[in-house]
Design a protein around this ligand. Structure first.
Ligand code: F6R
Length: 607
């Protein structure tokens, strides 16, 4: 999703803006641009496609100045092109924006009536024209911002630069994230701490409705009521190192391979691997009396929530509902008084999830979040925060964040199961012992000489791939299909294995690959009947199972991936690995852009 950066300094800013934009690349984008002010004139350079194109454009058309703004654009209104790339300029104003100006059509009409011609298809351009018109009418920057913010509706993180005020940068935030970092004689603004941590580690976050007038020496922050406010600064935990792929071809491959380690860290942060004693952060309620848990998330994090529903219901007997974040607040959900709502998000910035969280808070729920970015908005607005220690996840397709979410959720369900008297100490210890052993099993799968490339080279030739799973592994079938779609662009669907016969089986014709997530668990016999039904219709089966399952089904499968035997409750974590690896190798075989797939963004900050 769009990333924004701004620097006001005494020294040249262009190179540093470019470095910050590179640190925001992981969010996903399709064009980029930078503006700076030199001799009270706005200079601008933009390029479609990757930042390397912008770098080349800057060689031909260098720009410099001690105040500048930069942007990576993920297209919403208007195709990805140089014209639609930010910064947008009108007269003496340049603007970068993350979000959507919802009333842009109406504003366009008003501007057209005043004789303004639009140059782009974007919603953002109206902001530049309005700001310029207000300044032309004689307003000072502060008055102009107040007028502008009372006019525009929607979601935004905005940075505005004015040629006639080269010592002032303006910023505003509503819903879309924005941070400020404090330097010596310079100030830095960006979409997140990662964009800024290499410039300064002292960071404050804007709250919704905040806007600011920033010079190189100070930031005056105002709230929605235009009162001056203080936003506490902290030393960010975000790494100042520029992420790198190490020995791996892609971030996704690196992140898949990091899983044994980060799962180990995450688990050890909640549970002593030796005693099995689980320590969770404090909740504002008593888990043993909790009447209902509502889990809300998007995409892969939603699938983690689906797995967690099985765990919370089975291990802790808590009535649990799971909702897609973008749907939750629009269906008037029944939220029980004193209930708890758990929001799962790698980035902690997905706007759908954040808006659902605010809705749950307004409706009296105790808010828990499970995030990988502890400084994120979702974390900051929670009553209790659980962290995954996955480290920065750069690949757009989530892998290690998902499995660390699962480990945390299972640990939480076990602990609550004990508190609610559903699990005995012995039963709980059995699961935590297995969790402590899980990293070594994952490492074994990664080092085993399994023929991922053989199966993937066939999957790469397919039009459609079906993923099936049952019970606690049904969400892993959904996640496997999502991973394949995202990075290889092959149409893939995940189904509950038993649901196949109720419709989707019509899709099966000779040769269609069916990936069966089938550990030898309590549902195995039924899953294997579903596999036979697919086989009878000519499907070619990729079997993900263990010794016992493979012994029973090896003749039915074209490709077999042998997983270690593990406690059945843990299988979704272990079986995430083969579905990730199948997707990764298939995409590699197809030669698609694995780390930044087309159309996708890492941090989805629009609704
Ligand atoms: C899939 C993927 C997305 C995210 C979703 C939610 O590989 O990464 O589906 O899971 O956009 O993002 P977070 O977890 O950051 O809220």
């Amino acid at each position: 999703m769009c990333g924004i950066v701004g620097i006001i300094s005494t020294q040249s800013v262009t190179k540093r803006i470019l470095t910050s934009l590179k640190r925001l690349e992981y969010r996903g984008y399709d064009s980029a641009g930078i503006s700076a002010i030199k001799n009270r004139k706005i200079e601008r350079c933009r390029a479609a496609g990757k930042l390397s194109n912008l770098e080349q454009a800057l060689v031909k058309q260098p720009i410099s100045g001690s105040i500048g703004i930069g942007h990576t654009r993920w297209a919403t209104h208007g195709v990805p092109s140089i014209e639609n790339a930010h910064p947008h300029v009108s007269g003496q104003v340049a603007v970068v924006h993350n979000g959507i100006i919802e009333n842009y059509q109406q504003l366009k009409e008003e501007l057209a009536n005043d004789g303004v011609t639009m140059q782009t298809e974007t919603d953002t351009e109206v902001v530049a024209h309005l700001a310029n018109a207000y300044l032309q009418a004689g307003m000072q920057p502060k008055e102009m911002m107040q007028a502008l913010l009372s006019k525009i509706q929607g979601a935004f993180a905005l940075l505005i630069m004015m040629a006639q005020h080269p010592d002032t940068l303006l910023a505003a935030r509503k819903y879309s994230p924005l941070a400020i970092a404090y330097g010596d004689d310079e100030m830095f603004l960006g979409s997140d701490a990662l964009a800024l941590a290499h410039l300064s580690r002292k960071i404050s976050y804007f709250e919704d409705g905040d806007w600011a007038i920033i010079t190189k020496d100070e930031a005056k922050i105002f709230n929605l009521k235009n009162e001056i406010v203080e936003r506490p600064s902290k030393i960010t935990d975000a790494s100042n190192k520029t992420p790198d792929k190490g020995k791996y071809a892609h971030y996704m491959e690196k992140e898949i391979n990091e899983q044994p380690e980060v799962i180990g860290y995450t688990f050890a942060s909640y549970c002593s691997p030796t005693t099995g004693k689980i320590t969770l952060p404090k909740f504002k309620f008593c888990p043993s009396e909790l009447p209902k848990l509502t889990i809300v998330a998007a995409g892969t994090s939603f699938y983690a929530g689906m797995v967690a529903k099985y765990w919370f219901e089975n291990l802790a007997r808590i009535p649990t509902e799971v909702d897609i974040a973008s749907e939750f607040r629009y269906r008037n959900p029944v939220l029980i008084k004193n209930g708890a709502a758990l929001f799962i998000s790698q980035s902690g910035e997905s706007l759908d999830t954040l808006m659902a969280q605010r809705y749950a808070k307004e409706n009296g729920q105790n808010i828990i979040s499970l995030v990988n970015v502890p400084e994120s908005t979702i974390a900051r607005e929670s009553d209790t925060v659980l962290k995954t220690l996955a480290g920065p996840e750069i690949s757009v397709a989530s892998t290690k964040a998902f499995t660390t979410q699962l480990v945390t959720l299972l640990t939480m369900a076990v602990h609550w199961g004990e508190l609610r008297g559903v699990l005995s100490d012995r039963e709980a210890k059995k699961i935590t012992d297995n969790l402590a052993n899980l990293p070594s099993l994952l490492a074994r799968v990664l080092s085993d000489d399994l023929d991922w490339i053989g199966a993937s080279s066939e999957l790469a030739l397919s039009q459609d791939v079906i993923y099936l799973g049952r019970g606690v592994n049904f969400p892993i079938a959904l996640e496997g299909a999502l991973k394949l779609k995202e990075i290889s662009y092959i149409h893939a669907e995940g189904y509950a294995a038993g649901e196949m016969k109720h419709g989707p089986i019509a899709l099966l014709e000779r040769g269609v690959p069916v990936v069966m997530v089938a550990p030898h668990d309590e549902w195995f016999e039924k899953t294997s009947s579903n596999l036979k039904e697919a086989l009878a219709r000519g499907a070619r089966v990729v079997l993900l199972s263990d010794d016992k399952g493979i012994e029973k089904l090896h003749e039915a499968a074209t490709w077999i991936f042998r997983m270690p035997r593990v406690h059945p409750i843990l299988t979704p974590i272990l079986y995430s690995l083969p579905v990730q690896l199948l997707a990764y190798h298939t995409a590699k075989e197809k030669g698609t852009e694995i780390d930044q797939p087309r159309n996708l963004a890492k941090s989805v900050t629009v609704e």
